[in-house]
Design a protein. Structure first.
Length: 237
């Protein structure tokens, strides 16, 4: 099953959900499928593990990365590039917006309210049920409602990102899928896809899932680890 997304797609979630890693890999997935992709770093909350950390590999693949001006690149200030408004007005085949965590990070979307008028962006909530605050259905809904209130946009899809980073085992993936599948049915929001690290893929029976699976090649790693080199991977997924 393919992941079919187009136009403006906004990736939101609670702090620590892994949404930035998902956004980066989603951009790469669609680029490999032959689509034109742009991705904007709107994470103005977390000074670590932001899309801008992977701008080199993404740019080398031909993915347009929209960042604050160079002099503000490491600043933790609400500096929004004018290019973001342009992306929303003319998204091309796929324009991804990676938004900061929780409702605080989602507030930046409210400043773009005029740009979103007449648009129908996909707003996808990344859920890792193995993280605090989203280990219950009620917790996920609370995060969703807070993001919606802050952003003035409605969440209209779910991404399952169950993982314990390097400690993840297949049962975590299966249990995580069951959780987000239940959340999808309860909330009446579609489950767009789930994620599995590429290293774990050979151990996973993907036939157990009724949704697409996005392989994750980790880019946002601590200093003592090296990110996976996209160029070293087979372009077919």
């Amino acid at each position: 099953m393919n992941i079919e997304l187009k136009g403006v797609v906004i990736i939101v979630g609670n702090y620590g959900s892994g949404k930035t890693e998902v956004a980066i890999n989603l951009a790469v997935h669609h680029k490999r499928a032959g689509r034109d992709v742009r991705i904007a770093d709107l994470d103005l909350v977390n000074p670590y593990f932001r899309t801008r950390e992977a701008r080199g590999p993404l740019s080398e693949m031909g993915i347009d990365v929209v960042l604050p001006a160079e002099q503000y690149l490491q600043a933790d200030l609400p500096i929004l590039s004018p290019e973001v408004a342009g992306m929303i007005r003319q998204p091309g085949q796929l324009a991804l917006l990676d938004v900061g965590g929780d409702d605080v990070g989602a507030t930046i979307l409210a400043t773009l309210e005029d740009e979103f008028k007449g648009k129908a962006p996909r707003v996808l909530q990344v859920v890792n049920p193995l993280r605090p605050f989203t280990e219950t259905r009620e917790g996920c809904l609370k995060v969703r409602h807070a993001i919606e209130k802050a952003s003035k946009l409605a969440v209209n899809g779910i991404i399952g990102n169950a993982n314990l980073i390097d400690e993840t085992v297949p049962d975590n993936i299966y249990d995580g899928y069951a959780f987000v599948h239940d959340l999808s049915e309860h909330s009446e929001l579609p489950l767009e896809f789930i994620t599995v690290t590429r290293a774990l893929m050979p151990s996973i029976d993907i036939h157990r899932f009724a949704c697409p699976v996005l392989p994750i090649d980790r880019q946002l790693v601590p200093p003592w680890q090296k990110p996976v080199q996209f160029s070293e991977l087979d372009a077919s997924e």
